[in-house]
Design a protein around this ligand. Structure first.
Ligand SMILES: Cc1cc2nc3c(=O)[nH]c(=O)nc-3n(C[C@H](O)[C@H](O)[C@H](O)COP(=O)(O)OP(=O)(O)OC[C@H]3O[C@@H](n4cnc5c(N)ncnc54)[C@H](O)[C@@H]3O)c2cc1C
Length: 261
């Protein structure tokens, strides 16, 4: 799409400053897909050359500018068990090959759509968002950074730099469930389960306005249902009615608890 209000494009500088009217550009798959009347300048984050994938003994750091295609490729080569859910999460995005190759992990999270598949993956595996802004660097769980439909905790000028994952969590198995009204249609919901040092955590996305993180006790059969019943913000759009989404999530959570117990 021709963004007729945009008159300037520049590479991001390491200081990460934004002038009035400027906005961050990553893969551009959403920015160039519809008019952006409030935007007069684009600031290209990919020019900073952040390493896509940095891993040490305890932490995996995925750059916000890592493309979804590269994430899936590296996840599958990593041998980390929980990252087996990376491909099904990525494939739950309804997108073309062109979007698959250009869209970034950070762009997907920052857009904060309920069907944000990288939000499903990162929130589901308990990732921490590393955020840089005019006042320095801060960290926040991805599940908290995404607050509502198209709403994040990012303040003006802040940028998502990276997503950090605990290697100990990634070495354990994770589980994935997705449901949709049609086989090729947009997700009605995506549910990801993981094990941490305390127990079992199940994260609901797509069916709710923002990620909902449930800590469940596999020893208590009533617990998964009670955890789902406590969710209040079921998403309502043409891809699923709230009561249908709630019923599907309850099924998925029960299945995941069985699978990971
Ligand atoms: C046909 C089609 C289908 C799509 N299907 C889906 C779908 O199923 N689910 C879904 O979630 N999305 C979907 N999208 C939207 C979009 O393509 C994806 O969300 C994509 O992952 C966005 O990533 P990007 O790198 O292209 O972001 P961009 O378009 O470059 O940016 C998206 C937004 O995030 C901001 N941003 C980007 N990176 C950062 C950063 N590091 N820090 C702060 N802000 C940042 C930008 O300023 C912009 O506001 C679809 C788009 C199209 C055209």
């Amino acid at each position: 799409m021709d963004l007729h209000t945009v008159t300037a494009w520049r590479d991001a500088d390491p200081g990460l400053g934004l002038a009035p009217g400027e906005t961050w550009l990553a893969g551009g798959t959403w920015l160039f897909s519809e008019p952006q009347p409030d935007v007069s300048g684009l600031v290209d984050l990919t020019a900073l050359g952040w390493p896509a994938w940095e891993q040490d003994a305890s932490v995996l750091r995925v750059a916000a500018t890592c493309t979804i295609a590269e994430l899936v490729e590296r996840a599958e080569a990593s041998g980390l068990r929980a990252l087996e859910v990376a491909r099904p999460c990525a494939e739950s995005l309804v997108m073309s090959t062109k979007i698959w190759g250009a869209a970034t992990v950070g762009g997907n999270v920052c857009l904060a759509l309920p069907a944000g598949a990288m939000t499903s993956l990162m929130a589901g595996l308990g990732a921490t968002a590393v955020v840089r802004g005019p006042h320095g660097e801060r960290r926040e769980p991805v599940a908290d950074l995404v607050r509502d439909v198209r709403e994040t905790s990012l303040a003006p000028g802040e940028v998502l730099r990276a997503l950090e994952l605990d290697i100990a969590v990634l070495r354990r198995p994770a589980a994935f469930r997705r449901f949709a009204l049609t086989d090729m249609g947009r997700s009605g919901g995506v549910v990801v389960g993981r094990r941490d040092e305390v127990g079992l955590v199940v994260t609901v996305t797509g069916a709710t306005r923002a990620p909902r993180v449930l800590r469940v006790d596999p020893a208590d059969p009533a617990d998964p249902s009670a955890a789902v019943a406590a969710i209040a913000d079921w998403y309502d759009d043409p891809h699923g009615a709230p009561d249908w989404r709630a019923a599907q999530v309850a099924r998925c959570v029960t299945e995941i608890v069985e699978e990971l117990s």
